[in-house]
Design a protein around this ligand. Structure first.
Ligand code: PGA
Length: 257
């Protein structure tokens, strides 16, 4: 039975009051029996508003980033412990916008996984190639490097609460989605790499999400691919109606099994 996970990354959108409105709208649509787990990553300040609005639903909240140190003189930063104490279940690590605009690397991804684990936060770790890398034909090389370096020195047991998200950078916010076949090819490569490193139980159980211009029109075909276990949705998660429609699509596919 596949355990599909639908997650929304709001990026720098939705104030606390807009979040309350969004949460009430989403809850009113009736979320309870659709998927065992759904997930939203609001901006940090809007997390309490979302939790309040979505109380008694299976929607979990996560932070979009944490600092790689546990605490200290890092003005403007947020620690893993703060997110955990605020009631978050998850944290997003290594999103391509963090890599591109804030200098994050496979090494900082690794430190952030350590911090998240110390506080019990589950991790959604993002990987993906740029357009230039795809055009040069080095997608596999980049994906394997990000996996090997980002997850270096961890055991499968260490990573049991990790979800991976394959997000080709050229598909993020561009309206240019990877075709289901292109996405499946990379998802299969990711699963195979994890199999080689951590064995079959780990590689079969891990959830690998696709992200990059996922929306109501392409969700079903992406989710129908064998190795795509869910979606990480940016733009389309900002409208509660669209996010809900994608959740119901996943629900129907889960029922089919
Ligand atoms: P997008 O963003 O759906 O707007 O392309 C996805 C993401 O960045 O997680």
């Amino acid at each position: 039975m596949r355990r599909l996970l639908i997650a929304g990354n709001w990026k720098m959108n939705n104030t606390p009051s807009e979040t309350l409105e969004y949460g009430r709208d989403l809850k009113a649509r009736g979320l309870n029996d659709l998927l065992p787990e759904m997930l939203l990553f609001p901006p940090a300040l809007s997390i309490p508003a979302l939790q309040k609005a979505l109380e008694n639903t299976p929607v979990k909240t996560g932070g979009q980033n944490i600092h790689q140190e546990p605490k200290g003189a890092f003005t403007g930063e947020i620690s893993a412990k703060m997110l955990a104490d605020a009631g978050c279940d998850y944290v997003l690590i290594g999103h391509s916008e963090r890599r591109q605009y804030f200098g994050e690397t496979d090494e900082s991804v690794r430190s952030k996984i350590v911090r998240a684990r110390e506080t019990g936060l589950k991790q959604v770790v993002c990987i993906g190639e740029t357009l230039d890398e795809r055009e040069k034909g080095i997608t596999s090389h980049v994906i394997i490097r990000q996996l090997k370096e980002g997850l270096l020195d961890f055991t499968g047991e260490d990573l049991k609460d990790m979800v991976l998200a394959y997000e080709p950078v050229w598909a993020i916010g561009t309206g240019r989605t990877a075709t289901p076949e292109q996405a499946q090819e990379v998802h299969a490569l990711i699963r195979k790499t994890l199999y080689d490193t951590f064995g079959s139980a780990f590689s079969e159980n891990i959830r690998i999400l696709y992200g990059g211009s996922a929306n109501t029109s392409n969700a079903e075909s992406l989710l129908s691919e064998q190795d795509i276990d869910g979606l990480l949705i940016g733009g389309a998660s900002l409208k509660p109606g669209d996010f809900f429609e994608i959740i119901t699509t996943a629900h129907k596919l889960m029922k089919k099994g």
